[in-house]
Design a protein around this ligand. Structure first.
Ligand code: GLA
Length: 381
């Protein structure tokens, strides 16, 4: 699939020319499950995204064609028009969230495809939401700023797709810049671009090609645990607004008041805050050893305290460690998807070969391999 195929598909379907918009998926070097806890994240946009051809049609209906599923869907713009197809709900949700904020939009025709692997933890859904939020803002001249566009995508997940996600994925998809990661403070929404070009290293994703059932309800439960721990701490320390504001000493004060599970979740989140800051400092010094150590630290926390890893991800992490890979960890929400690995260039081939062989021997299929290219965020093509 490419842009020409998209334009042709649009023409076949709707008999007209279209304008093409794209918005990418993301990686996250470190800072996981911290966004909805008011902590730091450190993502970058990637060279894989959603591409949509769009043309306003002057009606009050949206006519959408998913090239990947080869399915069409027509829906109206009122709350009761919620489409059946799950891919269409993302587009519908974006339209509704824009309208709920007081903006007026009309119908449009669209054909779209994506090359972000689905369920791999690279945020294909945020790419889809951001593509349409960005495009509709442009086509209807709404003048919504990019932070609000990100919130429109996030609310789409909350209200139409059942995931109480944070802001990281939509933020990264909209604000991405080629060659740069972004450190975002999710409590204040202040962020900084960091040039990211680790000399002598490659960043590679190994995709387990598994996505475990109930990932979204497990995600929502993690969030509830964090909110519970935070509320207990805030009762004693009113200055604590988000769990990431708390210290381990504060958490220990409420130890007996909260379930052991909530304690573990909070312990992970509090530790993760410092790991992001350490990684940013280390990057500025070119100290990749520390970057890698913190990545392993995050994997340990996500596996043993936050419990969002799985056999397949732990296996890929162990293989990375055995091969002497500098840093490796589960990336994104967890329960399947990818590990992100910081690998010395001269180790790369041996690592990939070993990972394929050992993973295949245990699970009967190889992991997929994606080299990371940090790219620009949402744009019109
Ligand atoms: C998913 C969510 C994000 C974030 C990550 C974990 O990708 O959409 O908001 O919480 O998981 O860091």
């Amino acid at each position: 699939m490419n842009i020409n195929a998209l334009k042709n598909a649009f023409k076949d379907c709707f008999g007209q020319e279209c304008t093409v918009y794209t918005s990418p998926g993301r990686i996250n070097l470190i800072g996981e499950h911290t966004d909805y806890n008011g902590g730091f994240v450190f993502p970058g946009a990637i060279d894989k995204g959603i591409y949509a051809g769009i043309r306003l049609n002057g009606t009050d209906k949206v006519h959408a064609y998913s090239m990947d599923y080869d399915e069409q869907c027509v829906f109206g713009l009122n709350e009761e028009d919620l489409p059946e197809k799950s891919w269409a709900r993302y587009i519908f949700g974006v339209c509704r969230e824009i309208q709920k904020r007081g903006y007026s939009i009309g119908g449009f025709d669209t054909a779209f495809y994506g090359d972000v692997p689905l369920g791999a933890g690279m945020s294909s859904s945020a790419a889809l939401e951001s593509t349409f939020a960005f495009a509709l803002n442009d086509l209807f001249n709404l003048n919504i700023d990019k932070f609000e566009l990100a919130r429109i995508g996030q609310s789409t997940e909350h209200n139409y797709c059942g995931v109480k996600c944070g802001i990281m994925d939509q933020f990264a998809s909209l604000f991405g810049r080629a060659g740069h990661l972004m450190r975002l403070n999710c409590a204040t929404m202040e962020f900084e671009y960091f040039p990211f070009n680790p000399k002598g290293y490659k960043v590679v994703l190994l995709d387990t090609v598994v996505k475990h059932e109930l990932a979204s309800s497990a995600y929502n439960r993690r969030r509830e645990s964090c909110e519970n721990a935070c509320a207990r701490i805030a009762a004693k320390h009113p200055e604590v607004k988000y769990l990431s504001d708390a210290t381990m000493a504060m958490l220990n004060e409420v130890d007996v008041e909260i379930p052991a599970e909530d304690y573990m979740r909070a312990e992970y989140v509090i530790g993760e805050k410092q790991r992001v800051l350490d990684v940013c400092d280390a990057l500025e010094r070119g100290d990749y050893k520390t970057v890698g150590d913190r990545m392993y630290g995050t994997h340990y926390g996500m596996s043993k305290l936050y419990e969002v890893s799985c056999e397949e991800l732990d296996c890929l992490n162990d293989i990375a460690k055995e091969c002497g890979v500098t840093g490796s960890r589960v990336m994104g929400g967890g329960f399947g998807g990818c590990t992100i690995n910081l690998v010395k260039e001269d180790l790369y081939d041996a690592f990939i070969a070993t990972a394929k062989e050992k993973y295949n021997a245990r699970f009967g299929h190889e992991p997929k391999v994606y080299d990371v290219v940090i790219s620009d965020g949402a744009r019109k093509l």
